[in-house]
Design a protein around this ligand. Sequence first.
Ligand SMILES: NC(=O)c1ccc[n+]([C@@H]2O[C@H](COP(=O)([O-])OP(=O)(O)OC[C@H]3O[C@@H](n4cnc5c(N)ncnc54)[C@H](O)[C@@H]3O)[C@@H](O)[C@H]2O)c1
Ligand SMILES: O=C(O)C[C@H](O)C(=O)O
Length: 240
Amino acid sequence: MITAGMPRKPGQTRDFLFDTNAPIVARVACMVAKRAPKALVGIITNPVNAVVAVAAEAMKKAGCYDPKRLFGVTTLDVVRAEKFIGEHMNIHPYDVRIPVVGGHAGTTIVPIFSQCQPPFEGDEKCIASIVKRIQTGGDEVVKAKAGKGSATLSMAYAAARFTNALMRGLKGKACAPECAYVQSDATDAPFFSTPLSFGKDGIKKNHGLPEMNESEKKQVKVAVDALKKSAAKGVEYMKK
Ligand SMILES: NC(=O)c1ccc[n+]([C@@H]2O[C@H](COP(=O)([O-])OP(=O)(O)OC[C@H]3O[C@@H](n4cnc5c(N)ncnc54)[C@H](O)[C@@H]3O)[C@@H](O)[C@H]2O)c1
Ligand SMILES: O=C(O)C[C@H](O)C(=O)O
């Protein structure tokens, strides 16, 4: 799990961190390629949408890139979705399951409310306001911490949840699918987060895009356009 790199400050976007964090992720990915080429690698460092492509290119150069073993960690978006939906429906977040697809920044974060379990109770206006809160959850924490970093405890929880799912896969144990930002042909974007099942070699099955309503399809299209640019930025950086 790679967390090395700078967190953002109030008013900064995650993308603002690219120039500082891309070289750090590239260097750590090279070290992983050298010392643990078969590792399952989770990238937590921001901007996840672009630095996962940096790590992929670094590993390709080192001759050990395996798309089944590289993950951008987007679990915190799922955790936020479950928490805010749980609050709204007055149920425990553990009892909420919802796929959150796309990437990990602003409108690239697409919670698929039509697939929420139990079915979401609320109108379009209510969905829009919870979607906004999920998409800006990181900004909310960065603002509250006032220059002293970004989400740490909730990220620790999310990282533990995602790592446990990977480790259950390594042991051949069943686990509910978890979303992560991986190389994908689910859309035109080279990397895209969808629900995944894990096994001994990393991704065992990419469940692809869930069924979506028209509004969700539109949100995915917006995400895909942005994610193509983010991935291209990471690839371009590694050409230099
Ligand atoms: N994916 C997510 O959902 C998510 C959630 C929270 C934080 N983040 C990101 O995780 C990253 C770390 O956040 P944090 O709050 O732990 O920050 P932090 O400042 O508390 O910790 C960053 C760590 O990186 C290390 N570091 C800095 N430069 C390095 C380098 N050149 N080589 C090796 N290590 C280096 C520092 O020594 C420090 O220990 C940030 O980029 C942040 O945006 C992502
Ligand atoms: O928002 C950030 O900068 C950190 C992280 O990506 C988050 O979503 O909390």
